[in-house]
Design a protein around this ligand. Structure first.
Ligand code: NAI
Ligand code: 15L
Length: 264
């Protein structure tokens, strides 16, 4: 059975870097989109309506997502920080999004998780999505919570979801670690598309990474999404300084941040 593209799609974190990339693609494809963020995107396309909303506000999230058949949940704090801030935007925020998905009987949630769910694994280990979480930060911990939340909402309420443990999704790799973790913008868009369209995903978790010469992860050993990345960081290596050492743990700099010193 094929899964059709949802008639109306919601995107949280619409004004952010990846939201902007995805919305441009949805505009080209003419997909009716509800774009949700705490701040207005710089540019709105003709296919979309904007809903300003703080993800920490349950009623606002439920109202903003009304009418959507599926949601791509990108919103929240995208790096690590003090616990209260992460709690509010990422932990409460994801709960509100899954709760809205349940209440509105949405067909699917595509959840932007992160490689930092497993950032404490050593750089010489090969990690699969079914291995135990080893978050490297409060941020990674919030994404681990989001994945468990997604599992609960599938098991208990039948809300389908795909958790994308995105590597480093930027225009190009910014350091030598990212030669292994890079996900190109084009591959990101295709991955989200597969996460929306692949049939029978139940609750699945995959890594989002391009076809780089080397990587830390077995991205989708179960073949849940049928996604084959097309880009590679190979061509980018020469542009980076070669005196950088690879970090000892996969999460790189996130491992070294002591959030307890950052204040509330
Ligand atoms: P970003 O920081 O550019 O965008 C996040 C968006 O969420 C922003 O527009 C921000 O205004 C919005 N937001 C933050 N707190 C909010 C709140 N309380 N209520 C409503 N909106 C709020 O991040 P980016 O790079 O676009 O990433 C998107 C998602 O993908 C994030 O969840 C991030 O954690 C995840 N991710 C991104 C990776 C990357 O390499 N870009 C890697 C791994 C995961
Ligand atoms: C992430 O989860 C962040 O959102 C992004 O800004 C990068 O730090 C990325 O991981 C990475 O690991 O490079």
């Amino acid at each position: 059975m094929s899964f059709e593209f949802p008639a109306r799609l919601a995107v949280t974190g619409a004004a952010g870097a990846l939201g902007t990339v995805l919305r441009a693609h949805l505009a080209d494809a003419g997909i009716d989109t509800i774009s949700v963020d705490i701040r207005e995107p710089a540019r709105l396309h003709p296919n979309e309506t904007f809903q300003r909303c703080d993800l920490a506000d349950a009623d606002a999230v439920e109202g903003s997502l009304r009418g959507a058949a599926a949601v791509v949940h990108l919103g929240g704090i995208s790096t690590t920080g003090p616990f209260e801030a992460i709690l509010s935007a990422n932990i409460r925020g994801s709960f509100h999004v899954f709760e809205a998905a349940r209440r509105h009987a949405m067909r699917r949630v595509v959840y932007a998780s992160s490689n930092h769910v497993t950032g404490y694994y050593a750089s010489d280990e090969r990690v699969r999505p079914d291995m135990p979480h080893r978050p490297d930060s409060f941020y990674g911990l919030s994404k681990a919570f989001g994945e468990d939340l997604a599992q609960l909402y599938w098991d208990k309420y039948g809300v389908e979801s795909v958790g994308l443990r995105i590597g480093s999704c930027f225009e190009r790799p910014r350091d030598r670690r990212m030669l292994k973790t890079w996900l190109s913008h084009r591959d990101f868009v295709r991955l989200v598309e597969r996460a929306l369209l692949a049939p029978g995903v139940g609750h699945s978790v995959v890594y989002g990474v391009s076809a780089n010469p080397s990587t830390y992860w077995e991205a989708d050993p179960a073949g849940a999404l049928g996604f084959t990345p097309r880009d590679s960081s190979a061509a980018c290596a020469d542009a980076l300084p070669d005196d950088q050492r690879e970090p000892p743990r996969q999460g790189g700099g996130f491992v070294d941040v002591d959030e307890t010193m950052l204040g509330p």
